[in-house]
Structure formats: structure tokens, C-alpha cells
Design a protein around this ligand. Structure first.
Ligand SMILES: CC(C)(COP(=O)(O)OP(=O)(O)OC[C@H]1O[C@@H](n2cnc3c(N)ncnc32)[C@H](O)[C@@H]1OP(=O)(O)O)[C@@H](O)C(=O)NCCC(=O)NCCS
Length: 424
């Protein structure tokens, strides 16, 4: 068999293979200066020799090489690794010394499960994932394609890490991490966009038209369906709208001229083909609960962005997954939008605004510079938040209100200036 990539990572793989009784005949590497590695010859022209194991640590390059070779690949496992007979390992993956893979865990193709890493029960890892030394994935964790989990990071049960994202060494991941970002720390927070790759868009264009459904067959669901038509009519992504899921509507009932209700959560969690999903429910907490109930790894959450969305400086704009941005919205510079937010039209996000997850901004909401917002807030039609105001979580701001000072979590504020509203 042959290795492709003659690096330090390859040295460890040679150890793994030799301990498993597999002989490496030669390595291949594009660098003509490397002619042997641990006394094994390094060749520079690949003529279809196989089987191959791609011994490149970088997930992006590993994927590129795998796609270029397109040959038979083998899987390597060190004898000291403990892999449950109920776990599955995709071709081309390497399980290094002392790694533990528990029952019903699924490891994709061309993954690296590095020294002493632990993948607990029912985890699922996409292709080209790297779990670094001593990292721990607790039960039911989902790691998207190409994601890299740094050394000694811990991901708590049930959390999803998005495709091509990086989780820094030593991080403690408590909440879902969106696609394509760099996140680190304890607790782990999204820091920036992962600019070292752009796989989400390239794989999208290869796949062509993708199936999409909407959870929520009410007014917002219809608005989102209309928005998807707009996106399809522009020159960007094309979606095939398959229908709606909604637990409060009868299966088969029509949703305007956009499609039919296909089922509820049970049916959604049972779909057997990849499906993009938009959560079109306007109540922030309900959005979060719906997302938590979706456990089908075939479901992905794209950002649905109206073609009219304007960003002053694209380089400094960061966004997670599952966001819905309707017509007429704009963001200036250094804006960070987390995941699963709804910007329901004509929203303005000033410089340095940070929007967390599961927030709903009704039409006309304006956030002035440096406003920071946590999770599950609801901002009413035409409300305004003045510069530097920090909003925590579960705050409701009434329509037309102007928020000038930091509100208390879980409270409702109305008026100009917005005051705490007592329902008694
Ligand atoms: C997350 C990571 C990719 C960021 O790399 P980077 O963009 O080059 O970041 P920098 O080193 O420039 O650091 C930028 C800032 O983030 C901080 N930082 C970086 N990584 C961090 C981490 N894992 N945890 C906490 N803070 C971190 C740095 O302290 C620095 O802060 P400062 O500006 O206040 O000094 C990298 O630090 C990391 O953790 N890589 C994983 C390494 C690993 O596990 N390798 C295993 C190989 S088998």
C-alpha cells in the first residue's frame, strides 16, 4: 500500500500501519526535495498505484488529494485503539494510538482520529474530519464535514459542530457551532470566519439544485417560501422546494401555492435523503426548541439570504447557519450574526453589531453601532436599539420602541425611551 503525503503526520501513520502488520511500499509527495521518510522511498509521480492512504493532516488538502486520486483507499487502525464492534469507520480514515470509539459511533471517510481521542456513543462524524489528540466528543455529538477539533477540546453531549469549522485546542463546546467558523475558549465562542477554506460554496455548486423544506406552515413559512423563489430567480443558489413540516397542521394540507404539509417532527427526523431546512417560526424560544428536536444528521440548515441583502464590507461579515434574511436588510462592517436568526426585512445592523442565536428582528428593526445581543430575543416592528446597548437573552422589545439602556433578561420593554413593562 502507499501513503500520499510525506509529513510528520505520515510518520505517525507509518507507525500505526506497521503496528497493525501493514507494509508501506512507498510514499508519494509533490515536493521533489523529499526522497525518503523513515527509510521508506518517497516518489513524486503517482501512476495509479493503490490502495492509498492520504497522509495529509490538513483537511482541505486531504480532500483535494482524495478527489484527485479517486482510487481505492484503505483504513488504518492502531492495535491499541479501542473501537466498538458497533461503530463504523469510513474508508481512508486513520485511528491512532489509544483512541476510543464507542458503540454506534459513525466516523466518515478520510477522517483522522488522533492519539488518545475519545468519540463516545452515537457520535456522527462527516468526511475529512480531524479529531486532535486527547479531544473528547461526548455522546451524540455531530461533527460536520471537514471540521477540525483541536487538541484536548471537549464537546458536550448532543452538540453539533458545523462543516469546515475549527474548534481551538482546549475549548469546551457547550452550544452548536455553525459552519465555516473558527471558535475557541471555555465556553467556546465563535471568533471569526474560517477563511482557510470555502468548501461550503464549492460543494454546493457541484451538487446543483438541493432539496429544501420549511418547518412552520404559517405566515412566516409562506414568507420564507416566497423568499426561496426570489433566491431561485436570482443568479445564486437554486433550491427545490419539497414542502412544509408542521406538527400543528394536517399532513397533505396545502400552504398557499407553495406546497403541502409533509408531516411533523417525526417525519422530518425520518427523512432518508439530505434535506436543507429553514425553521420558519417567529417565536425565538420555539425556534430553539424545534432545532433541538431535530436529530436527523441528513438535515442541514442553510442561510437563506435575500438577493437584496447589502453588506458594506463582505470581508468583515461573519454568519453562522440557519439564518433567514429577508428583503431590504443591510449590515455595515465587522458585523457578526450567529445562527438561526430571522431578519424579517428592512433591518439595519450597524458597525460591530453582534447578534447571537435564535433572535427574531421584525421588519424595520435598526441596531446601532456596537449593539450586542445574546440569544432568543424578539425585537418588534420598527424598534431601535441605540449604540453600545447590550441585550442579554429572552428580551422582548415592543413595536416602535427605542431601547437606550441595558434591559434585564427575560423582560419586556416598550416605549420611547423603552421602559420595563409590567404585565400585572
Ligand atoms: C484556534 C486556532 C486555530 C487559532 O489559530 P490562530 O488564528 O492562528 O490564532 P492566534 O494564534 O493568532 O491567536 C489569536 C488570539 O486567540 C487566542 N487563542 C488562539 N487559540 C486559542 C485557544 N485554543 N483557546 C483560547 N484562546 C486562543 C490567542 O491567545 C490570541 O489572543 P490574543 O490576540 O489576545 O493574544 C489555534 O490557536 C488552535 O487552537 N489550533 C488547534 C491546534 C491543535 O489542536 N493541533 C493539534 C494538531 S494534531
Amino acid at each position: 500500500m502507499y501513503l500520499y503525503g510525506a509529513s510528520g503526520h505520515a510518520k505517525v501513520i507509518i507507525d500505526v500501519l506497521q503496528a497493525a502488520g501493514v507494509k508501506v511500499d512507498a510514499l508519494f509527495d509533490d515536493d521533489p526535495a523529499i526522497n525518503d521518510l523513515l527509510s521508506i522511498p518517497v516518489l513524486h509521480k503517482w501512476n495509479g498505484e493503490s490502495p492509498v492512504l492520504v497522509s495529509v493532516g490538513n483537511n482541505v488538502y486531504r480532500k483535494q488529494i482524495v478527489e484527485r486520486l479517486g482510487c481505492e483507499f484503505i483504513t488504518a487502525q492502531h492495535p491499541s485503539a479501542m473501537v466498538s464492534p458497533f461503530a463504523s469507520i469510513g474508508e481512508g480514515s486513520v485511528i491512532m494510538q489509544g483512541a476510543i470509539i464507542q458503540s454506534d459511533a459513525r466516523v466518515g471517510r478520510h477522517c483522522i482520529i488522533n492519539t488518545g481521542a475519545t468519540i463516545d456513543h452515537e457520535c456522527s462524524l462527516g468526511d475529512y474530519v480531524h479529531i486532535s489528540p486527547q479531544a473528547t466528543l461526548c455522546g451524540n455529538v455531530h461533527i460536520g464535514e471537514g471540521a477540525w477539533i483541536g487538541a484536548s477540546a471537549v464537546v458536550i453531549p448532543g452538540v453539533k459542530v458545523g462543516r469546515w469549522s475549527i474548534v481551538g485546542a482546549g475549548s469546551v463546546v457547550l452550544h452548536d457551532i455553525p459552519d465555516g467558523v473558527v471558535a475557541y475558549g471555555n465556553p467556546c465562542r465563535v471568533i471569526t470566519r474560517n477563511s482557510s477554506q470555502n468548501h461550503s460554496s464549492s460543494s454546493r455548486s457541484r451538487q446543483g439544485v438541493r432539496n429544501i423544506a420549511i418547518y412552520g406552515a404559517g405566515g412566516l413559512g409562506r414568507e420564507v417560501a416566497g423568499g426561496i423563489r426570489r433566491i431561485n430567480n436570482s443568479c445564486g443558489e437554486r433550491w427545490n422546494m419539497v414542502g412544509f413540516y408542521d406538527d400543528s397542521k394536517e399532513v397533505g394540507s396545502p400552504v398557499s401555492h407553495y406546497g403541502y404539509v409533509l408531516g411533523g417532527m417525526e417525519e422530518l427526523n425520518a427523512v432518508s435523503e439530505p434535506l436543507a431546512l429553514a425553521i420558519a417560526v417567529g417565536d425565538p424560544m420555539s425556534r430553539k426548541l424545534i432545532h433541538e428536536r431535530i436529530n436527523n444528521p441528513l438535515i442541514t440548515f442553510p442561510n437563506l439570504i435575500a438577493p437584496s441583502f447589502k453588506v458594506l464590507d463582505d470581508e468583515t461579515f461573519t454568519m453562522g447557519q440557519g439564518n433567514i434574511i429577508q428583503d431590504g436588510c443591510s449590515a455595515t462592517c465587522d458585523v457578526v450574526v450567529g445562527s438561526f436568526n430571522v431578519l424579517n426585512g428592512s433591518n439595519v445592523l450597524g458597525h460591530d453589531v453582534i447578534v447571537g442565536d435564535f433572535n427574531v428582528l421584525m421588519p424595520g428593526v435598526r441596531l446601532s453601532g456596537s449593539v450586542q445581543m445574546g440569544h432568543c430575543n424578539l425585537l418588534g416592528v420598527d424598534s431601535v436599539v441605540l449604540q453600545k446597548v447590550q441585550i442579554g437573552s429572552h428580551v422582548t422589545l415592543g413595536a416602535g420602541s427605542v431601547l437606550m439602556t441595558k434591559p434585564k433578561d427575560g423582560m419586556t420593554y416598550i416605549g420611547v425611551p423603552a421602559k420595563k413593562f409590567d404585565f400585572k
